[in-house]
Design a protein around this ligand. Structure first.
Ligand SMILES: Nc1ncnc2c1ncn2[C@@H]1O[C@H](COP(=O)(O)OP(=O)(O)OP(=O)(O)O)[C@@H](O)[C@H]1O
Length: 261
């Protein structure tokens, strides 16, 4: 298993935010973290990235505790793709993607031809090659997301952490991003994404971790975990989980709040 999280506890100094979180994800998985505001999704990300200590339990990559990785080795395994990224300078898209190679350079080294080739190849993987020479600051939010994913690919990371990647995207960009995420999983990348949509796990997820107040409500496939009962227990709202088929016969699941007025 690529990523294993075993009975993890921890927080910010005044009591544990996470209280016994366990889950896992392998190559090709999209693990969705779902739960209300403040349940601890970002805190778990910080621990995976090694920026917040685990007080009890273990986070391991390929069986090795992340605390035994050097910063550089961890950066070669795991990449963080933020929701917002506003560089101070108007770098080109190509420059932003090449920055993903930082952990491959030694101090004072400058990018070389193989780094440029890696950046072009990463942009191609997210269908954003045409943006290469544009100023990053001139891009839309959806385009920036694609560039940040390309930067993570360029980093050669295997695990991509995405904090609410679809927030602030319009409907078309939202769909495009979900297709890119599914495509990355098919290429063998492991995606861990937080979301506020109970439908995302059904559309892109292979696994879901449903959380409430720092604890696991359920972990498994979306069908196993997301039900009317679990959604009500987490959000305190009556919900229906409805599965139907689209015009091409593909199964689709939607989660609807019940109209009980
Ligand atoms: N830097 C910090 N110092 C102290 N407490 C924090 C800090 N960051 C987060 N917390 C607390 O930790 C808890 C979990 O927050 P976290 O950001 O992990 O939740 P989340 O599930 O990501 O929320 P959201 O869906 O709103 O992004 C909250 O009670 C929050 O107030």
């Amino acid at each position: 298993m690529l990523l294993t999280i075993e009975n993890v506890f921890g927080g910010y100094g005044n009591g544990d935010v996470l209280k016994g979180i366990s889950c896992n994800a392998d190559y090709g998985d999209v693990l969705c973290l779902l739960g209300p505001n403040g349940c601890g999704k970002t805190t778990l990300f910080r621990m995976m990235l090694g920026t917040l200590p685990v007080t009890d339990g273990k986070i391991a990559i390929d069986g090795k505790n992340i605390h035994d990785f050097t910063t550089k080795a961890l950066a070669n395994m795991i990449a963080y793709i933020p929701q917002y990224h506003s560089p101070v300078f108007a770098y080109t898209v190509l420059d932003v993607v090449i920055m993903g190679r930082a952990s491959h350079f030694s101090a004072f080294e400058t990018p070389k031809e193989p780094d440029r080739e890696a950046a072009f190849s990463a942009l191609e993987k997210v269908n954003a090659l045409h943006l290469a020479n544009k100023k990053y600051t001139s891009l839309s939010g959806g385009q920036r997301q694609l560039v940040l994913i390309a930067r993570a690919i360029c980093q050669s990371a295997k695990i991509f952490i995405m904090d609410e990647p679809a927030a602030n995207l319009d409907y078309a960009n939202h769909q495009l991003l979900m297709n890119v995420i599914s495509g990355l999983a098919r290429q063998g990348y492991c995606i861990i994404m937080s979301t506020h949509s109970p439908e995302h796990p059904f559309s892109v997820g292979t696994k879901v971790l449903l959380m409430k107040t720092g604890k696991v409500v359920g972990f498994g496939t979306p069908k196993e975990v997301i039900t009317s009962e679990t959604l009500q227990s987490v959000y305190d709202i009556e919900m229906d989980v409805i599965t139907a088929h689209d015009r091409y016969g593909c199964e689709r699941t939607i989660c609807l709040p019940v109209n009980n007025s």
